[in-house]
Design a protein around this ligand. Structure first.
Ligand code: ADP
Ligand code: MG
Length: 229
């Protein structure tokens, strides 16, 4: 089976004045469809940088990232935008919901970008809010929801397009232990049901428990890869 993503000798260097910060040193790694991955490492180890490169938000300094065999770094900005709209869902630590929009409007956003007609948009968003347990919160603004509820909305938004891959960067970083377990059950449950690929970035060992494969990152390198049975 061809990997969904193939990283080959990926380096990412940030110039900082006279200095060069090596965020990723030399990463070669495959990600396969339908698997749940955890990128585990301490703060500053390069996890978010890695995720941003795979999501096409940044380009590697050298090396290549293949998506279904095609190099992402060769795509134009417009093509990258299409890649993200069509294939990718995002969940962030800080939810990143638009404060002036209701829950349901936030969930419809990815469908607006894909020009899905309004009726279908609203239907899909309602279904998705249902699936994350927020059927009766659709008209609420983010400020009228708890942290856990806001993260549920952002999970609904990430999955509403039925994307091939979901990137979650410290998705439970702002949540208590009980809510963290609820969120992880929810994200991994939906992903498993639809055979989606999940890349979760975290420094939390407990979250790594949910993954099929744990990739430990240290100082911009792969420290260890653990396959879980
Ligand atoms: P993590 O997500 O594991 O905490 P990051 O990927 O955010 O780590 O950062 C890895 C390293 O790269 C850190 O040393 C960080 O300071 C540096 N870095 C990240 N983004 C930038 C940037 N835009 N400019 C300069 N340095 C950066
Ligand atoms: Mg980070």
């Amino acid at each position: 089976m061809e990997p969904l993503f193939q990283l080959q000798n990926v380096h990412k260097v940030y110039p900082m004045g006279d200095e060069r910060i090596i965020a990723l040193d030399n990463i070669s790694l495959d990600f396969f469809r339908g698997k749940i991955y955890c990128l585990l490492g301490t703060s500053g180890s390069g996890k978010s940088t890695l995720l941003n490169l795979i999501a096409g938000l940044e380009k590697p300094t050298s090396g290549t990232i293949l998506f279904r065999g095609k190099p992402l770094e060769k795509l134009t900005e417009a093509q990258l935008a299409i890649y993200r709209q069509r294939y990718v869902g995002f969940v962030f630590q800080s939810y990143n919901l638009l404060p002036t929009l209701t829950a349901i409007e936030n969930v419809t956003l990815p469908l607006i970008f894909r020009k899905v007609p309004k009726k279908i948009r609203n239907l899909k968003a309602k279904e998705m809010l249902d699936a994350v347990g927020l059927a009766n919160r659709g008209k609420h603004k983010p400020s009228e929801l708890s942290g856990g509820q806001q993260q549920r909305v952002s999970i609904a938004r990430a999955f509403v397009n039925n994307p091939e891959v979901i990137f979650a960067d410290e998705p439970t970083g702002n949540l208590d232990t009980k809510t963290t377990i609820e969120m992880m059950d929810l994200i991994t449950g939906i992903a498993r049901e639809h055979n989606q690929t999940l890349l979760i970035v975290t420094h939390d060992l407990e979250i790594a428990d949910y993954a099929d494969q744990i990739v430990k990152i240290k100082d911009g390198n792969i420290d260890e890869i653990k396959e879980r049975l």
